[in-house]
Design a protein around this ligand. Structure first.
Ligand code: NOJ
Length: 739
């Protein structure tokens, strides 16, 4: 025994000695000591290089306007990577073998809702109200991404968005801070798993910090006017939730927050993010955002911009290289301290250690197919089914007795639009188009025929400057296409009109002054409606759509968002009744664009009734937050509230009163009628998705923790819990409690 112990001691000290000079290379040493050891060995130049992300490979994104670099220094910290596994390994080999210290490169990329296997977009995911399924989706996405050579994704986007003119509303989880936090946390867990050092997990990046969704008039990159109160109660809660869920990185936003740009905002980045929210991970700027401080009139040159950003706590600069050019001089002049620099470098190194890049810098080149696999396709289909929202149904769906189905509209055979924006390496040929799904679904019961009817937009709208003869040709062609759709409608028992948005109409830099469909799409609905046949509108959309003119003509409307590669069979299943729709809106559909921004949880107004209303249109939205129909009916009864040791237990029985099984999403809201800082009419605090067979009843509960659910925050982030009456709302039930 003694001999055994002695051997262990000798061996132990030998390992320590062999690792003594190179603690950072010792995989058994703690990450903290590895970072410290490496930092001590680095020259100033090597440190500065770690804070740069270069653009490698052109991703064809019009917004990523910058020269990409073919010559990559072996000491570069990170690459915005557009490439393949072999190229990654070649570049990584260069970093490992040609740089003095062999520090691996961190490969990051915009994988937003899929690498090649594209899933539902963020806004659609939120309408599923199924965080477990969303987590699973991100797990599949992470697996494909990491095995394709990318370690870090710029996902999830958790910007609360309340103006549907803003194109980026498609990327996040809607208008409610709580939903953003729950879904964002699910994304973080799915992407990161329990360890980053695996071949199936990636580092996540929360974006865009902070308040980017408040862009004035829905214009992208625009000014945002955000009081500290609104910052704390609306825009920060999702970040808090996702940081608590373990997110590894944060991206600063492009917007100017009430005078100080988000990219160098000391208050939001240092005081709030680091000190109050306790974030310990890496902060990266957005694309080229550091030199853009000049455009905003905040800095007069790149050097001061670099100093402002690093001093505010932006550790890494995305692509623009002002850190690389000016940091040495800034340190020399004392405008950035060595401590601040070291802190940022440490965060970059720590992430690389956590990802296991020092041990496994290369990606295996022999993975069997990692995209469009059966489990991924299944997940894409489930998510598409659960996120589709049945907005209207006048006894039309499901289609059970219709022998002749006319499928018309520009979205019926369009693959690209179904995978939406930021589609990674998605390909049109991977996507099952809606028409195919419908044909397959009804193959034994009905005849399905197709006519396009119109394009996504009229050629004239797309290019109004064309000559007169081109315009008359187009008009003739468009009239013919419309006539074909009308005659098909006349033949049919029901017309399914597939309308919506092009992939490029939502996403970054895709604001719209009107969120209505182009006129030609509305005309198609008018034309087929005149045949007297029932009209089902299927919408594929990256934002809420203004439907006020066509809604009265539709017998049913269903929004499928941009469901990705496997949305067609889900839609077809809903049309046939094989799937009972269960999605609910995580964002308000306005009646007209002029109502934007419109959201359910706005603060209360000083006058109600007929005052403060629009003179020209209703003041109500067309479809409110939480709206979504089903083929069955649920009833809520026996609501109860009970006090217990740490709060209240509220419960309600939910019953399926219809003849088909279904999933119901139970939404619990809190209302605080009077408070020293005014609050919205109601605020979502909890939700649950349940499955009920016909006739089945389920007890649903919400445990109210007063600090979490009844308190509100002041403009410094301090929680305030006030005494008095609170209401708890669920479906048509209201309960009261007194604190
Ligand atoms: C700008 C976008 O705002 C951000 O979301 C994205 O991750 C970067 N560009 C990189 O493409």
């Amino acid at each position: 025994m003694k001999f055994y112990l002695l051997t262990i001691c000798i061996l132990g000290s030998a390992i320590q000695m062999s690792a003594a000079g190179f603690v950072y290379k010792d995989k058994n040493a703690s990450i903290q000591s590895r970072v410290q050891d490496l930092l001590l060995r680095m020259t100033l130049q090597e440190k500065i290089m770690q804070l740069n992300q270069y653009y490698y490979g052109n991703d064809g994104n019009d917004n990523n306007l910058i020269e990409y670099r073919h010559k990559i220094p072996p000491t570069i910290g990170s690459l915005y990577f557009v490439g393949n596994v072999q190229e990654r390994n070649r570049l990584q080999r260069m970093a490992m073998e040609e740089s003095r210290l062999g520090i691996p490169i961190l490969f990051g990329y915009d994988i937003i809702h899929g690498y090649r296997t594209n899933f539902q977009i963020g806004l659609g995911q939120a309408c599923s109200w199924n965080p477990a399924l969303v987590e699973n989706m991100y797990h599949f996405m992470a697996r494909e991404t990491r095995r394709s050579g990318v370690d870090w994704v710029f996902t999830p986007m958790i910007d609360v968005a309340r103006d549907a003119r803003w194109g980026r509303i498609s990327e996040g989880y809607g208008e409610d801070p709580y939903v953003q936090g729950v879904m964002g946390s699910a994304a973080v867990r799915g992407l990161q798993g329990s360890s980053l050092a695996t071949d199936s997990t990636v580092a996540s990046c929360l974006k865009h910090y902070v308040g980017y969704g408040a862009s004035e008039a829905g214009r992208d990159y625009f000014y945002t006017e955000i009081s500290h109160q609104t910052l704390w109660d609306t825009y920060l809660p999702p970040y808090k939730a996702c940081i608590d869920a373990g997110a590894t990185a944060v991206m600063s936003a492009f917007n100017n927050i009430s005078g100080v740009p988000a990219t160098c905002n000391n208050y939001t980045l240092r005081e709030v993010l680091r000190q109050q929210l306790g974030f310990r991970g890496l902060v990266i700027s957005d694309w080229d955002a550091v030199p853009q401080l000049k455009n905003m009139g905040y800095c007069d040159n790149d050097r001061t911009a670099a100093a402002a950003c690093l001093n505010a706590g932006v550790d890494m600069e995305m692509v623009s290289a002002t850190y690389m050019k000016h940091m040495a001089e800034l340190i020399e002049r004392g405008q950035v301290s060595m401590d601040i620099l070291d802190e940022s470098v440490s965060r970059v190194l720590e992430l690389k250690f956590r990802l296991g890049l020092f041990e496994q810098p290369y990606t295996r080149e022999d993975y069997v197919p990692i995209y469009l696999t059966e489990d991924m396709m299944q997940c894409a289909s489930e998510l598409a089914a659960q996120s589709a929202v049945l907005l209207k149904n006048e006894h039309t769906l499901p289609l059970v007795n219709q022998k002749k189905i006319a499928v018309v509209g520009p979205l019926a055979k369009n693959a690209r639009s179904l995978i939406g924006n930021w589609a990674g390496y998605g390909r049109d040929e991977d996507v099952d188009v809606l028409y195919n799904g419908i044909v397959q679904e009804f193959s034994t019961t009905s005849e399905v025929r197709y006519a396009e009817g119109c394009g996504l937009e009229s050629q004239h709208d797309a290019d109004p400057k064309r000559g007169w003869s081109a315009i008359t040709d187009t008009i003739a062609h468009e009239v013919e296409a419309l006539a074909e759709a009308v005659s098909l409608a006349q033949w049919s028992d029901v017309v399914v009109v597939c309308l919506g948005e092009k992939a490029g109409w939502s996403g970054e830099n895709c604001s719209r002054s009107s969120i209505a469909l182009p006129r030609c799409q509305e005309q198609l609905v008018e034309a087929v409606k005149q045949t007297g046949k029932p009209v089902v509108i299927v919408l594929s959309n990256g934002r809420p759509i203004e439907l006020c003119r066509i809604e009265p003509m539709a017998d049913a409307i269903i929004s499928i968002w941009q469901p990705g590669v496997n949305g067609a069979s889900a839609l077809a299943g809903i049309l046939s009744g094989r799937i009972n729709p269960s999605g609910k809106l995580a964002v308000t559909f306005p009646y007209t664009t002029g109502q934007e921004p419109i959201y359910y949880n706005r603060r209360k107004a000083s006058r109600g009734g007929h005052q403060g209303r629009y003179q020209d249109v209703t003041s109500q939205p067309l479809y409110p937050f939480g709206h979504g129909l089903s083929y069955t009916q649920y009833s809520y009864s026996n609501e109860k509230i009970e006090k217990n040791a740490d709060g209240w237990e509220v419960s309600v029985e939910v019953s399926n009163m219809g003849l088909v099984a279904g999933d119901e999403v139970v939404l619990w809201y809190i209302s605080d009628p009077y408070s020293t800082i005014t609050r919205p009419e109601r605020e979502l605090r909890h939700f649950e998705r349940i499955h009920l067979a016909p006739g089945e009843r389920r007890l649903c509960r919400f445990h109210i923790n007063p600090m979490r659910d009844l308190a509100f925050t002041d403009d410094k982030g301090q929680p305030i819990l006030e005494q008095g009456v609170f209401r708890v709302l669920v479906a048509d039930k209201t309960l009261e409690l007194k604190l």
